[in-house]
Write a protein that binds this ligand. Structure first.
Ligand code: CP
Length: 313
């Protein structure tokens, strides 16, 4: 069993309930991972994913090995049939098989390049590891998806659920750097499995991949989108059509208390890290309605439920 995508969740509400039960008794399955090793391979930076996935593995009795591929590993080649006479020292074909001898599960973080749309959409790194590894592979954020984050988001929304069908808004917010689409994509795919009034809001030009958005509602007027919302989930992403470009840093899209006042006392969510007073004003992030810290805490239990299911297989 691999966990590469939200599509790998067979029953979201059941997984969420199981994760919440695990959170109440995190060490209950300590024997499940005894004498098993998880290799966490990072091609990019991380705080939450790195620590929460290690914590989840340790809660299950596993031994984590962490490797920062970006600056510690041999530069990997991913294309088949290449003449490797340039900078790449090792082919993923050998690397994935070798790592599989040391690890019972391999987890990988490899962000989008945001320069080569075709390769990013093909999930070059994740797909290659899934192809050549002989053990289960977990996605810790790839070029297209961040399914551990979206599962943590679902757990968090269940914990803060409202007594009616919720209105959930995914809002773009400005950011000085070009950021990937993975968090937004997985959040959308997760919301499409929920019984909710789900609205995506962003400036024109920031349309996400239509194959992900499908028939989800898109509202270009942010304040209109916020009306009666129960959850505001904020995230920046770069342009998908003008691939990887920052086409606007419109500061009027920052999340402020005035905007939150349009909602139905909505909870504020963000996957973190977040730039204060660029993406969201201090007054919102520091408010009682901000649940970003508990959202980050739930990264442990999203990883733990995924690892538990893999170990049980
Ligand atoms: N949300 C998230 O994935 O955080 P890190 O990038 O710090 O792991």
């Amino acid at each position: 069993m691999n966990y590469l995508s939200i599509k790998d969740i067979d029953n979201l509400s059941y997984w969420v309930k199981e994760a919440i039960a695990l959170k109440k008794d995190p060490l209950k399955y300590q024997d499940l991972g005894k004498n098993k090793t998880i290799g966490l391979l990072f091609f990019n930076n991380s705080l939450r994913t790195r620590l929460s996935t290690q914590k989840a593995a340790m809660n299950l009795g596993m031994d984590p090995i962490v490797m920062n591929f970006g600056n510690e590993g041999w530069a990997l080649e991913f294309e088949d049939g290449t003449i490797m006479d340039q900078g790449k020292s090792e082919h993923v074909k050998e690397a994935a098989q070798v790592i599989s001898q040391f690890c019972d599960v391999i987890a990988i973080r490899a962000f989008a390049s945001l320069t080569d749309k075709e390769k990013d959409l093909a999930e070059e790194v994740l797909t290659a590891f899934a192809k050549y590894a002989t053990v289960p592979v977990v996605n810790m954020e790839s070029s297209v998806e961040h399914p551990l984050q979206a599962l943590a988001d679902a757990i968090t929304m269940e914990e803060f659920k409202v007594p009616h069908k919720p209105k959930v808004v995914l809002s773009w917010a400005p950011h000085p750097k070009a950021l990937p689409h993975a968090v937004a994509n997985s959040f959308i795919e997760m919301m499409q499995k929920q019984d909710a009034d789900f609205v995506i809001t962003h400036p024109e030009g920031y349309e996400l991949n239509s194959e992900v958005v499908k028939d989800s509602t898109v509202e270009y007027d942010q304040e209109k989108a916020f009306e009666n919302a129960d959850f505001i989930y904020t995230k920046n992403w770069s342009s998908f059509n003008e691939y990887g470009k920052v086409i606007s840093q419109d500061k009027t899209w920052m999340i402020t208390a005035d905007k939150m006042a349009k909602t139905k006392n909505a909870k504020f969510m963000h996957c973190l890290p977040v730039r204060r007073n660029v993406v969201v004003a201090d007054e919102v992030l520091d408010s009682e309605n901000s649940i970003v810290i508990e959202q980050a805490n739930n990264r442990t239990y999203s990883a733990q439920i995924v690892l538990k299911k893999i170990l049980e297989k």
